[in-house]
Design a protein around this ligand. Structure first.
Ligand code: SF4
Ligand code: SF4
Length: 395
């Protein structure tokens, strides 16, 4: 496992960080045994940065990580977790959440503590008004919080304002070969680095879309250059090629992904890609951008919808229609939305209440997009056809 040095405090961090938002599942619950085994295996193979958050896995991620780090593992790693500022209305409220997080994580201190998902400076100003920064500074002095940072989903200008608003110890941004000019952007990455802070990268594979849903033309472009690397390897190497990046977080859901990422992270160095390899990315980017309709990363922050819409599922199938072609797309929509299940989660359930949109880090106009999904993937014959199918299937 390669490491990179935190330019602010000298911590040696594994370049691969374990994102704790996509643990393997057993039915509706986290597969605890497998997840703990994966976490400990990762540590034994050199991963020393673990990123979780208060709401991940509906509040179950932090306790799972805390449990996995018992028995001497805690001391070998850095824990990163997040203050859900959108749930905080007072300093007392923030203190309560922090205490709860330390209890769930079974730890006396948090190595990397950040505001979760700042999107513009008003989020930060709200925290300042409540006295949260003084409190965090105090926790840092006491050694209860080692580093104070923020994770960011928003536009470039907002990022620039926030990154300069406080002497942050680190920041976390979405960055991958499709987002070079999106969200914080490459210039935001460079700005944070120039201000002397390590940058942690999230969504390196855009919620798996840079692996699972790639068009044939993209796979061909990669393979024409070199048969061996997987799309995930291409994507991760592109990010690690940036010397300004300290850690990439990967939300690994199975042992194979963990093994592959550890293998890649044992050789991926900064400034390693050749001009020829970079030109492969130029080709790939233009193919994907031409075909992508909605920039959903499947982060699930908009969920649950009170009316039962599977928002990321709807958007994913809609994107697939343009990325992978129309063949079989309605069947895929039926399957993804659980049409034969008791409560199908289709776009037409949307009442346009708007509850979801404020939570979307990609600023997607979810209501508008769902209307399009309904029009393109459901259409007028959809409900009668589904009713017949359900009757035939005795549902
Ligand atoms: S706007 Fe539609 S999708 Fe969003 S929460 Fe409301 S009903 Fe659900
Ligand atoms: S619509 Fe937005 S919040 Fe919902 S899953 Fe997609 S990117 Fe995440």
């Amino acid at each position: 496992m390669l490491t990179r040095t935190n330019i602010k405090n000298g911590d040696e961090l594994s370049i691969l960080g374990f994102g704790c938002m996509r643990f393997p599942m057993k039915g509706p619950s986290i597969d605890e045994e497998r997840s703990i085994a994966m976490i400990r295996d990762a540590i034994d193979k050199g991963v020393n940065y673990f990123d979780t958050a208060y709401p991940y896995h509906a509040g179950k991620s932090e306790p799972l990580l805390g449990k996995a780090l018992e028995g001497g593992y805690r001391e070998r790693v850095k824990i990163a977790t997040k203050l859900p500022h959108y749930m905080v209305n007072s300093l007392e409220g923030a203190k309560k959440i922090f205490k709860n997080q330390c209890t769930k994580l079974k730890t006396e201190y948090i190595d990397y503590y950040m505001f979760h998902m700042l999107s513009d400076k008003s989020n930060f100003d709200r925290m300042v008004k409540m006295g949260i920064m003084e409190w965090l500074d105090q926790l840092k002095q006491e050694g209860v919080v080692k580093n104070i940072g923020f994770s960011f989903h928003g536009g470039k200008t907002d990022f620039e304002e926030i990154v300069k608003a406080y002497p942050w110890d680190f920041c976390q941004i979405q960055y991958n070969y499709l987002d070079e000019n999106n969200q914080a952007t490459r210039s935001g990455l460079q700005l944070a680095h120039s201000l002397g802070m390590p940058v942690i990268v999230m969504e390196p594979l855009r919620g798996g879309r840079l692996v699972d849903n790639l068009p044939e033309e993209v796979l061909k472009a990669f393979k024409d250059y070199d048969e061996k690397p997987s799309p995930a390897e291409w994507a991760l190497r592109w990010i690690w090629n940036h010397p300004e990046v300290t850690v990439i977080l990967s939300g690994m859901s199975n042992e194979e992904q963990l093994e592959e990422n550890i293998r890649i992270a044992s050789t991926a160095k900064a400034n390693d890609l050749t001009d020829e390899e970079m030109s492969v990315f130029d080709k790939v980017k233009s193919i994907i951008l031409e075909k992508t309709k909605v920039p959903c990363t499947a982060c699930n922050y908009c969920m649950p919808c009170p009316f039962g819409v599977n928002i990321p599922g709807c958007l994913s199938v809609y994107n697939d229609k343009y990325l992978l072609g129309k063949k079989g797309i309605r069947m895929k929509y039926l399957q993804t939305m659980g049409m034969m299940a008791k409560n199908p989660a289709i776009a037409s359930l949307c009442t346009e209440c708007g509850k979801c949109e404020g939570h979307c880090p990609q600023n997607i106009e979810i209501r508008k997009e769902l209307k399009t999904v309904k029009k393109e993937l459901e259409g007028v014959f959809f409900k009668p056809v589904v009713a017949v199918l359900r009757k035939v299937m005795k549902r």
